[in-house]
Design a protein. Structure first.
Length: 439
């Protein structure tokens, strides 16, 4: 069957979605090498950071994902121009602040959660911003008060409704402040960091997120002329500067995509190397995968994973970095569904993020949820059927299940996976998987 063409971003972000499916058939152990490419949770913020400086910025190792296309449309609606140069390079040309439009069509904000990160750069650069409330994956509420409270402390004032938010500053420039985040929110740290680099004076962000993607954003900002201390720690100190300049920046590798391809080896009993992986960014996860019975080797390029004949049970709890990330959890739950023994997976970050469990149970998994815990009784095998992806990572996890389910598994809603995985189907085929994309 001929592979259908991907619809435009505008079609993806309107009321009528282009829905595709992936037909997965088990073929036994997967083997080979793949690249994870740049991190979704870094590149979208780094594209927004370009708003902070007039001129042409270059981002390399940019993943070919739908969310990047949406962010390009959003930046163009704000008055920038963007161009894909080759497979994984994007250039973004930003006009003078007076020519940036601090508002854009609602459907672009509603298409993805990361759209909130334009708020800090727009306030820092233009002194105002207006946007629809961000959308994205549906796995429980993720309030934006960490963003608005911190920006308010910098001098911004907000007016909001159930569907939109508007903000402005009381002068030309935000003022430096000290913010202690109630929770080390990744995206709030990004937003406040981008706002602070052009604020008047020295800002401090305490209880800041420590993720590698936050550190990578900081490196991009420093290449643009920002003055930041404490990257990789829970306290960031930012000395505001008057002006930034464009930079050439390479996006850090996606550790969740890395984990997905490592999981293909572990669950199928195969051997897969993620060539561009950074083991130092995922030490806690690699320790857990070893307890699952996997063999992990980071002495060569990237990380090599070898799967056992059958995975072992293991308890897992999600925590802020450097703990096990919530984005890993659907993958881990899927692996444990066919492991020997009983496991408990605890979700400490997002209350709604067990919604994919019903889909796994349709495949024959034995999983029950109690509050923020999932009790997983490993079964000998799964059986293929039709399931539906509700978010990026859940979609990847259901494909993972299809790799070891008897018969055929049809994963509907695969467009969610395209939001975060660069040519996912092609990578799986390169490892030997039998997957077919259907309209």
């Amino acid at each position: 069957m001929e592979k259908p063409k991907r619809e435009s971003v505008k079609a993806l972000t309107c009321d009528t979605y282009y829905v595709s499916s992936l037909l997965v058939s088990p073929v036994g152990p997967l083997h080979g090498e793949v690249y994870a490419f740049g991190a979704k949770n870094a590149v979208l913020k780094e594209m927004a950071a370009c708003l902070l400086a007039t001129g042409t910025h270059t981002l390399r190792n940019v993943p070919n994902i739908t969310d990047v296309d949406i962010m390009i449309e959003l930046l163009e609606a704000l008055g920038c121009s963007a161009e894909k140069r080759g497979e994984h390079v994007v250039t973004i040309t930003v006009p003078d602040a007076s020519d940036i439009h601090p508002f854009a069509p609602a459907h672009l904000f509603e298409a993805m959660r990361a759209s909130i990160v334009i708020l800090g750069p727009l306030l820092a650069r233009c002194g105002e911003a207006s946007m629809a409330l961000p959308g994205g994956d549906d796995f429980g509420g993720r309030p934006i008060n960490f963003h608005t409270d911190g920006l308010s402390a910098m001098g911004a004032t907000f007016a909001s409704s159930d569907v939109a938010i508007a903000a402005k500053t009381d002068g030309k420039r935000l003022r430096a402040t000290r913010v202690t985040l109630e929770y080390p929110s990744h995206t709030a740290t990004d937003n406040l960091l981008m706002a602070a680099v052009l604020a008047d004076g020295r800002s401090v962000i305490d209880n800041a997120a420590r993720e590698p993607e936050v550190e990578d954003l900081g490196r991009q900002l420093m290449a643009m002329g920002a003055r930041i201390e404490g990257l990789g720690t829970s306290r960031l100190t930012i000395e505001g500067v008057d002006e930034l300049h464009p930079a050439d920046h390479t996006v850090v590798t996606d550790r969740v995509v890395t984990a997905t391809y490592l999981a293909t080896a572990l669950i199928t009993g195969g051997e897969v190397r993620v060539v561009d992986a950074h083991p130092e960014h995922m030490e806690m996860l690699l320790n857990k995968l070893t307890l699952f019975g996997g063999t992990l080797d980071s002495h060569g390029a990237g990380i090599l994973a070898k799967g056992p004949l059958r995975l072992r049970s293991c308890d897992v709890a999600t925590l802020p970095y450097p703990g096990v990330a919530t984005d890993y959890k659907p993958l881990l739950t899927t692996m444990l569904s066919v492991a020997e023994g009983t496991s408990v997976v605890t979700e400490n970050l997002f209350v709604g993020r067990f919604r994919y469990v019903d889909e796994l149970n349709k495949l024959g998994a034995d999983i029950t949820t109690e509050g923020h815990h999932a009790i997983i009784r490993g079964v000998g095998s799964l059986a293929g059927t039709t399931v539906r992806a509700t978010d990026i990572r859940a979609g990847a996890a259901l494909v993972l299940a299809g790799l070891v389910a008897t018969g055929e598994t049809l994963v509907e809603g695969i467009e969610h996976v395209h939001r975060g995985y660069d040519t996912f189907e092609d990578h799986l085929r390169a490892l030997g998987a039998q997957v077919t994309e259907l309209a």
